[in-house]
Design a protein around this ligand. Structure first.
Ligand SMILES: NC(=O)c1ccc[n+]([C@@H]2O[C@H](COP(=O)([O-])OP(=O)(O)OC[C@H]3O[C@@H](n4cnc5c(N)ncnc54)[C@H](OP(=O)(O)O)[C@@H]3O)[C@@H](O)[C@H]2O)c1
Length: 277
């Protein structure tokens, strides 16, 4: 099998492969198999979470792939209801047991929780790094004010904010806040849960390069310096989604794609999100 070359995003000391495999909703053997196939195709970054109920299978896929642990960047996330320090520590250790790893490359707070003081959560997250359970730490679904607070509170560098990012959503404010503090942006739902794959503007641009609309959506994000973590359960799409590092969109095309953003562009329900901004 040929292996694709993937760019790397550097952020506050971390080197994050610019493309990873999202694994939300991948379960059981399907998950283990797709993780294994992704790694064999050249993916070097897998995104999971305790909430996805698939860390065991992600670990299985990693071992079955034959790719060395040291070559793979594994991210997991601590769920919103486990952000009090003792629970955060317990959740982290349980994730590592399920993954059968001694540490993860990146440990994220999955969603902020206004019921628990952020100072306590960030303190506990930093401790997971200094205790050696996580090589890097970060946040997810943090708004601009929360990014600012988290950065002030952290005694260890935060390396990314994982947020919903695709052509239908203008995230420029939170992206600018991340940049200012040296955090990478990890774009989740980077093909808008499949919606971008059927987009006429994206497919017209793609036809110039022999690429699909889905690939253009991913390229648009990567070209802005984001890390993308598309999910698929299909092997042929694994190859398609990684094949985005051999061309570049023009500034005019980037601007055309930027125009697709709408205030109602979110595809992920923010029902459990904080009212802190
Ligand atoms: N931090 C958070 O709160 C958070 C929230 C949401 C997601 N995430 C992470 O981000 C990852 C990606 O986001 P997502 O799963 O919401 O959405 P996504 O990756 O934008 O879209 C996944 C959907 O698109 C389809 N798809 C994948 N590649 C395609 C292609 N090339 N052409 C056409 N359709 C394609 C997949 O179907 P098939 O399986 O049939 O290919 C699937 O239904 C998640 O898996 C998870 O790891 C994190």
């Amino acid at each position: 099998m040929t292996q694709a070359a993937v760019d790397v995003v550097e952020a506050n000391g971390a080197r994050i492969p610019a493309l990873g495999l999202g694994t939300w909703e991948l379960r059981g053997r399907t998950c283990a198999r797709i993780v294994q196939q992704a790694l064999r195709l050249g993916y070097r970054h897998i995104d999971t979470a305790e909430m996805y109920d698939n860390e065991r299978e992600v670990g299985e896929g990693l071992r079955e792939s034959g790719v060395k642990r040291e070559q793979v960047f594994i991210t997991t996330k601590i769920w919103q209801s486990h952000l009090a320090p003792r629970q955060l520590e317990r959740s982290t250790k349980e994730s590592l047991v399920r993954l059968r790893l001694s540490d993860v490359n990146l440990l994220l707070i999955h969603w902020p929780n206004p019921q628990i003081p952020l100072a306590e959560t960030i303190g506990a997250l930093c401790k997971m790094k200094t205790d050696g359970y996580a090589r890097h730490i970060g946040i997810s679904n943090f708004t601009v004010p929360l990014v600012e607070q988290a950065v002030q509170l952290a005694t260890e560098p935060l390396v990314t904010n994982q947020i919903e990012c695709h052509p239908y959503l203008d995230q420029s404010k939170v992206v600018a806040a991340c940049r200012q503090h040296g955090l990478a942006v990890t774009a989740y739902s980077p093909i808008a849960r499949g919606r971008a794959a059927g987009d006429k503007v994206l497919s017209t641009i793609g036809s110039q390069y022999g690429k699909t609309a889905g690939q253009i959506s991913l390229r648009y994000l990567v070209q802005q310096g984001a890390v993308v973590i598309p999910r698929t359960a299909r092997v042929e799409r694994l190859s398609e989604n990684i094949d985005i590092f051999d061309f570049a969109l023009s500034e005019t095309e980037m601007e055309e794609i930027r125009q697709l953003a709408r205030p109602s562009g979110r595809v992920v329900d923010w029902g459990g999100a904080p009212e802190w901004d």
